[in-house]
Write a protein that binds this ligand. Structure first.
Ligand code: CA
Ligand code: CA
Ligand code: CA
Ligand code: CA
Length: 358
């Protein structure tokens, strides 16, 4: 084979080998909104080119901070700041929220900190120094290398910024609601089919329930021991229980390790009805060699139960047989119809990752 032909073959082979990463790189650092659904927001982390679901303000904030990268004060000072409308306190009414002013060192009680007749906001928007004379530096090389990343000011108080690839400006992720508003404002619409090719992931935190099982829940979810003071759950002895919460307004996951003195089968955990919910499916599966069953119920109407507002939510039940007398029973309650799909995926991943220690 002549050398030029060899080179052609080599180039084609290289393109084929790197095509998937090139495709993923195009998504890197972007925020997408699922326009064919309910505008669900996703962040594609440049670290692994996986997409992370920014469900609710608290979850989104936690995910952003977990995926952040440390940056020095000297470096961050060379990246212009962008502004997005978001609620919050603005004591001097200069259009910059107090949180942002504290982060950049301007006076929260003076709309023109350095009194040069240019307001703090106009200086930021034109990248002039709001704390003194002159323009500020723009480091294009640095910006290009950090586009799409979440930057954490490790030399200060861990202030978080998102460097928006579309306009090369950094946006202050002050409080959960502000961070959430920024992500939604800067997000771009994407179809479900285009989103589906980007692998999804979540920030996991290990949770070991000694001698029972090991669990990897999303790190933004909070874990509280003990669901109940009762010793029995539907007639079976509770060996261990735990409650995991995504955010208080969206639902919970309860996990029980249950034992009975008589032999049980998966059918012992058959749920025939949940209040007025409709049963959608029953799926049998194997977790390793352990048989399991998943049942899914959805509500067709909204209602309030024990002070919880259910907006056409869902109940998911997963039962895994440890032995004929011992089971792990998971119950995920989802309050809002718009969360069902994503939380069901979380539950499926949690179950798939579950390591049974028995
Ligand atoms: Ca202000
Ligand atoms: Ca000010
Ligand atoms: Ca000024
Ligand atoms: Ca100035």
């Amino acid at each position: 084979m002549p050398n030029s032909r060899k080179l052609q073959v080599l180039i084609i082979a290289l393109i084929i080998a790197f095509l998937p990463s090139l495709v993923n790189a195009a998504h890197s650092g972007k925020i997408y909104l699922q326009v064919e659904q309910n505008g669900e927001a996703w962040y594609v982390s440049p670290a692994d080119n996986n997409r992370y679901y920014l469900g609710r303000p608290d979850d989104a904030f936690d995910i952003m901070r977990n995926l952040g990268l440390g940056i020095t004060n000297a470096n961050i000072a060379e990246i212009p700041i962008g502004l997005v409308d978001s609620p919050g306190n603005d004591d001097d009414n200069d259009g910059l929220l107090n949180d942002l002013e504290i982060a950049i060192g301007t006076d929260v009680a003076n709309p023109d900190t350095d009194e040069d007749d240019f307001s703090d906001k106009s200086e930021i928007l034109n990248w002039f120094n709001p704390n003194g004379p002159g323009e500020l530096t723009v480091n294009t090389g640095l910006i290009n290398s950090l586009k799409g990343k979440i930057l954490l000011q490790v030399e200060k108080n861990g202030e978080a910024w998102y460097l928006n690839p579309a306009d090369s400006k950094r946006y202050f992720l002050g409080r959960p609601q502000n961070a959430f508003d920024i992500m939604r404002t800067l997000g771009v619409g994407i179809s479900d089919s285009n989103l589906a090719v980007i692998p999804s992931n979540y920030v996991k935190s290990d949770f070991k329930v000694a001698s029972h099982y090991e669990l990897e829940a999303p790190s933004s979810w909070s874990i509280a021991q003990s669901v109940t003071d009762d010793e029995k759950y539907e007639g079976k002895t509770i060996i261990h229980d735990v409650k995991i919460q995504p955010s208080t307004a969206s639902g919970y996951l309860e996990i029980f390790v249950l034992e009975d003195n008589k032999d049980l089968t998966l059918n012992s955990f058959e749920v025939s009805s949940v209040k007025n919910a409709k049963k959608d499916s029953t799926t049998d599966f194997l977790l390793g060699i352990k048989p399991g069953k998943k049942q899914r119920f959805t509500y067709s109407t909204s209602f309030t139960s024990k002070d919880i507002q259910i907006s056409k939510g869902a109940d998911l039940y997963v039962d895994i047989m440890i032995s004929t007398k011992k089971f792990i029973h998971l119950h995920m309650m989802i309050y809002n119809e718009s969360d069902i799909e994503i939380y069901e995926k979380y539950l499926d991943t949690i179950v798939k990752d579950l390591k049974i220690v028995y």
